[in-house]
Design a protein around this ligand. Structure first.
Ligand code: GTP
Ligand code: MG
Length: 196
């Protein structure tokens, strides 16, 4: 944890720090683990959720930063786009989930990611891609997911790389298991450096 994260976390705890909430756009096909992850982040609770039917606003705090997002039903990307479109100009970052064990839907996932990458209003918003469910037998490797999502040459590195050095939209893939509570923390830590 960086000194800045630690300090803002302490100030936040004491109620002395009121940073504006960051708006996150959570996307990915149905059954990829969006609701499960949101509830782990919000309440630190891992439980089974039925497929999301009703949109819900979800707020949580991590590393001293407040986040707001919407858990939306997966209605196909065109409809999801339409729901998000009012928010797009204000979106601070995108979190995109893929189920790395569901090979039959890799192509569909890629189409969804490509359509998201093409949205002009958010052309500079950082994208955290989470390859979820690495705990499942037969899960694809990080290399394979980079390939199926067409991320080769598109990602910008996992380290601390200032935006001015990137000169482009930050994009990176982190493999994770929400079930085992592994991997997504590093992803969010990477993302925070681009949330000024
Ligand atoms: N093995 C494994 N299963 C997971 C993991 N994360 C989520 N799941 C399971 O995947 C299923 C779908 O999870 P949800 O969180 O409901 O997925 P969703 O993306 O919100 O799905 P929709 O609401 O239909 O869009 C559930 O049975 C979860 O328990 C993981 O890391 N590993
Ligand atoms: Mg859901």
């Amino acid at each position: 944890m960086s000194l800045w994260n630690w300090l803002s976390g302490v100030l936040n705890y004491l109620g002395l720090w009121k940073s504006a909430s960051k708006l996150l756009c959570f996307r990915g096909l149905d059954n990829t683990g969006k609701t499960t992850l949101l509830h782990v982040l919000k309440d630190d609770r891992l439980c089974q959720h039925p497929p999301t039917v009703h949109p819900a606003k979800v707020e949580f705090t991590m590393g001293g930063i407040s986040y707001t997002t919407y858990d939306l039903p997966s209605l196909g990307h065109l409809i999801a786009h339409r729901i998000w479109i009012d928010y797009f100009p204000a979106v601070d970052a995108i979190v995109f989930l893929i189920d790395v064990s569901d090979r039959d839907r890799f192509e569909e996932s890629r189409e969804e990611l490509d359509s998201l990458l093409a949205v002009e209003q958010i052309a500079m918003a950082p994208i955290l891609v989470l390859g979820n469910k690495i705990d499942k037998p037969g899960a694809a490797s990080e290399e394979e997911i980079r390939h199926v999502l067409g991320l080769h040459g598109q990602t910008t590195g996992k380290g601390n790389i200032p935006l001015k050095d990137l000169q482009r939209r930050p994009v990176e893939l982190f493999m994770c298991s929400v079930l085992k509570r592994e991997g997504y923390g590093e992803g969010f830590q990477w993302l925070t450096q681009y949330l000024s």
